[in-house]
Design a protein around this ligand. Structure first.
Ligand SMILES: Cc1cc2nc3c(=O)[nH]c(=O)nc-3n(C[C@H](O)[C@H](O)[C@H](O)COP(=O)(O)OP(=O)(O)OC[C@H]3O[C@@H](n4cnc5c(N)ncnc54)[C@H](O)[C@@H]3O)c2cc1C
Length: 460
């Protein structure tokens, strides 16, 4: 199966789609987009102020986007932390990191409170190195994270890594407890149901075509509200006036058939950690609750003109590239069948920094640009948008969240085509070449090519 939104929907079933908007309405807050960002925002706002009339408008169904397709790494990474340290000081970035550590625990807590069973397993995150250059980067990364107050992060050698997972060529790894594996679709479906049960109006099959101060326009009517929050991540470029705001970057995944007991014995992975590596074009994976490996990576990174995908279909060459990574890691799985492949889009700002903003003059707000780290960050964004709206409403003051350094961050737009397409294709081609060179040469230095690609892309 290729597409069908994602394996997670094949496993848990596509949802019954809610009614579309049936004409003009008014609300206190209108949220555009029913992914984790929009839903967590609605959830926390309605809990804090049950009298607020909150409307969610979703173009297809809640969880249609990345929130229903991701790798299920609920972890404490946030895009842009180092840049925020450079802009606002180290201490501000440490506060952001601590907030992210707490966010992983908050998601687990909120799901338990709402009775949402999303196959959560809190096994932390293990990132492995398979070449000398990756090992050097891993050690730097480990030291770097300790400097942001992650004192509970561990560094493992080859033997300790193999005790957890038997990955061919693994020479070391780093593990943090601030991570969990989740089933993305069970999470988004449960969250949407919780939001609706609180009294939030959720309209599906309702694309918003334009956002203006005080209103969101759809083909079926306009919702007027003093606050309009854009939570559209990788789809943002399709909105009028937002073409160059966030670049829609593809990520693709495969899921194997369930492994046999012998295959699991060869692989290990008893701790069910979220698994990643230190390649420039990195991979991410999880051991699913139903005994499969779901593994993702970049594939074809970007479609010309910011086009998004077709219900999750991905290119055959991407499926093969991901299968090769799986087999390179676990040669015992050479014969395993790939049951499902799919892709989704994430939002990439020009400076690769996630942000959350409420413009108090217009009442327009947005959160996103999470790059590949949104499963937890969306929750922090939702709680922050709650606090920003309540602050503006005069129902609350500044909080620990409203003063975090990612709040109100502004970034320039992406270049017009064809520069945008050429830049992203060039960047990932360079990463792949750098990875190949590092594997072939066994040099401990990171390829200069990759550093150059980072600089051109605006990542560092
Ligand atoms: C394949 C893949 C793997 C990933 N793996 C991980 C991972 O393991 N860990 C991690 O932390 N992050 C991961 N991510 C990123 C993470 O999934 C996202 O950052 C997160 O889900 C973003 O949530 P969101 O609600 O902001 O966006 P989305 O989930 O994309 O939601 C946006 C919603 O808005 C709707 N929408 C868009 N435009 C309109 C419009 N005009 N009108 C109405 N509705 C609209 C869309 O239909 C969609 O439902 C992955 C992403 C992908 C694609």
């Amino acid at each position: 199966m290729n597409g069908g939104i994602s394996y997670w929907y094949a496993d848990d079933g596509l949802p019954a789609v809610r009614e579309p908007l049936g004409g003009d309405r008014s609300a206190d807050v209108v949220i555009v987009g029913g992914g984790y960002t929009g839903l967590w925002t609605a959830y926390y706002l309605k809990k804090a102020a049950p009298d607020l009339r909150i409307t969610v408008l979703e173009q297809r169904f809640c969880g249609y986007g990345a929130s229903g397709r991701n790798g299920g790494w609920l972890y404490n990474g946030i895009a842009g932390r180092d840049r925020y340290a450079a802009l606002h000081g180290h201490e501000a970035a440490v506060r952001l990191q601590r907030a992210m550590n707490d966010t992983v625990a908050e998601v687990v807590r909120a799901l338990a409170e709402e009775g949402v069973d999303a196959d959560v397993h809190v096994g932390g995150v293990l990132e492995v190195a398979r070449t000398p250059a990756q090992l050097a980067r891993l050690k730097d990364f480990h030291a770097h994270e300790l400097a942001y107050g992650e004192t509970d992060r561990e560094l493992y050698g080859a033997r300790e890594t193999a005790e957890r997972l038997r990955i061919t060529g693994a020479v070391g790894s780093t593990w943090t407890p601030h991570g969990a594996r989740v089933h993305p679709v069970k999470l988004v479906k449960g969250l949407a149901a919780a939001v609706e049960a609180l009294g939030v109006e959720v309209y599906e099959s309702t694309p918003v075509t334009e956002i203006h101060a005080g209103r969101a326009v759809t083909p079926y009517g306009t919702v007027r509200a003093p606050y309009v929050l854009r939570c559209t991540e990788g789809f943002t470029a399709a909105l009028k006036g937002e073409r160059r705001t966030w670049l829609p970057m593809n990520s693709s995944m495969i899921a194997t058939e369930p492994l046999t007991d012998e295959q699991w014995a060869a692989v290990g992975w008893a701790g069910r950690e979220a698994l990643g590596d230190m390649a420039h074009a990195y991979m991410y994976a999880q051991r699913t609750a139903d005994g499969r490996i779901a593994l993702g990576g970049r594939g074809v990174p970007y479609r010309f003109g910011s086009r998004t995908d077709h219900d999750g279909r991905t290119q055959p060459e991407t499926v093969e590239a991901l299968r090769e990574i799986l087999v390179a890691f676990f040669p015992a799985l050479a014969g395993v069948r790939i049951a499902h492949a799919w892709s989704g889009v994430l939002g990439v700002p020009r400076d690769w920094c996630a942000t959350v903003t409420l413009d108090r003059a217009s009442g327009l707000g947005w959160a996103g640009g999470y790059v590949g780290s949104g499963v937890a960050t969306t929750n922090l964004a939702g709680r922050t948008l709650r606090d920003l709206v309540l602050l503006d409403f005069g129902r609350g003051g500044n909080t620990d969240l409203t003063v975090l350094p990612w709040v109100g961050h502004k970034v320039r737009r992406w270049e017009p085509e064809p520069l945008r397409w050429l830049g992203v294709q060039g960047m990932y081609a360079t990463y792949r070449t750098a990875d190949r060179r590092e594997t072939q040469t066994h040099s401990a230095g990171s390829s200069r090519l990759a550093r150059l690609a980072d600089r051109v892309a605006g990542r560092h």
